[in-house]
Design a protein around this ligand. Sequence first.
Ligand code: ADP
Length: 624
Amino acid sequence: MTLRHAALTYILVLALVALAGDYLANRYVVIRGFEDLERMQVEADARRARNELVREVEDLSRFLIDWSSWDDTHRFASQGNPEFVDSNLPIETYLDQSLNGVFIFDTEGRLRYGGAVDTEGSFNDALHQTLLGAIRELGLATHLGEAGRAGYVMLPDGPAQFAARPILFSDNSGPPGGTLVMVKLLTGDVVEAVSQRLELDVSVHEVSSAPLARDNPELLERLTASEEPVVRVRDEDTIMGYSLVRDITGQPALLIQVREDRSVTRHGRAVAKYNTFFLAVVISAFGLLLFLLLQRRVIARVEDLNTQVKRTDISTSKLSQVSVQGHDGIAELAANINRMLQRIAADQYALREARDKLEDKVAERTAELERANRELRKLDTAKTHFISATSHELRTPLTAIQGFIKLMERHFRRRIMPLLDMQGDTRKHVDAYLDNFTIIGKETARLQRTTDELLDLNLIEAGRMEWRDEEVDVAELVEDAVVAMSGRFMEKPSVDLRMDIAEGLPPLHVDRDRLHQVLLNLLSNGVKFTDEGSVHVTVEMLGDDEMLFTVKDTGRGIHQDELSDIFKVLYQGMAEQEYTDKPTGTGLGLTLSKEIVEHYNGRIWAESAPGEGSRFHFVIPVSG
Ligand code: ADP
């Protein structure tokens, strides 16, 4: 990510976080605040509506006082003069005052006058009976306190306001002449008037029949318990406030419902929306400004510095420098880069000098080494020539010596010995002579073997050996070697020679004589270092493409320390010295065997422990 992209991304992320924060603040603080405000307003409106309905009863009570504290009414209640009714209670009085019932009782509770006017504006007997029944039931006709009683009463046809008071003289003195009861039905018009007065959508329901109260017992419970209005959000657009009015006996009677439009919350939402929009505009402008400022003051300069550093070639000897305008942190960074470049240039120079010196030294040493190598090669060639020449020179006289010794021994046995008197000391001397003939014969044979093996080794090492590779039948090869060794085994009757060759071995493409030489060497070592037991030769396949030869003996074994040395040139181990008073080996056999096996990309190794016999293995790859 480039610096510019990173800056842009961070600014965008910050802007989004700020907007998300603003959204959450609006959602949970601003809008909720408006909702609470709306709730409080609806609660207040529901309370106002209830107070208004309660005031209706109070108005009726106040109106009742004018009539109940009046000498005329007192007289009528106690004496029953009929002109009182005619002059004061015609139908017009009811209609003017919106009264639906006027009842006057004497002190005994007997009805002096009763009038009931229905909503149509006519006297109505049925209503008369209903109202009278209610008055009797509520005990409003007699024995009221001085203040009287007022309140709502639930009639079968609907709610009504009742006000009752003892009838006194005009100066409010007693004794009471009876009781005056006035009734106003709570009609739709009354509720409508209240609605208009309060500028609210108010409706009044009887608690017992209001479906809302029936379906929401919890609502009624709350209203009854606290007398405080309850607010309910109905949907996105409407909110309802509920309050309760009790009847004259104190029982819940009327459920007042105020329905209001949720304009406050809507307004809150709009405020939140504009707020977010405004913030988005401000943040966008601020982010853009910030980015431009960063781009100009930081990003562009850092990018320029980066390009300059990239172009700097520290491999040349010319001193490179970067340049940045200004006096701030970026300019300081450029100065530091310049200091670093200077140091790198100095180090580079020192390094080059050291390298040049080193190269000279290496060239010098290489020349020395080449010289030494040439000398060594010369020496090696001389050694090869010398060994080759010496071996060839030794061969002829050695053959002659061997022939002469045999001839001399035969001559001594046939011609000299019969002439001698083989008594006493003469017998001893003759035996000594015969022993010496044997020793000379053996030593010459050993010398001959040594020269032959030395010559072979020399040829292999110099790469001048002629390898006559051919298809060789392995079983035949091993059998030949075993036959060649049978003489040696006959000298040691307590050592068996055993052979196990796996069936169906593939032929090997090798020089028969060389491999024969390897087998002879291992077998002759085996018989040489074994006193009793056996020497066992086995051949088997190792996987699909290698053949494993093993020569195992039950002889004296080889010390662990010696195992890695026995394949070295002219190494003759402890066995040779301890085992034979005069060495019979050459110390070349295993070295030569190793060279031959390795010529065919094989490997040879030995496993042994003193007293436990030895196992010599060699592996030859089966070609094609
Ligand atoms: P040499 O002709 O003297 O036997 P080799 O190279 O064949 O020379 O063997 C080197 C040495 O390895 C021997 O002198 C002997 O100490 C040890 N060695 C080889 N084969 C055996 C064996 N089968 N058992 C014990 N020692 C062995």
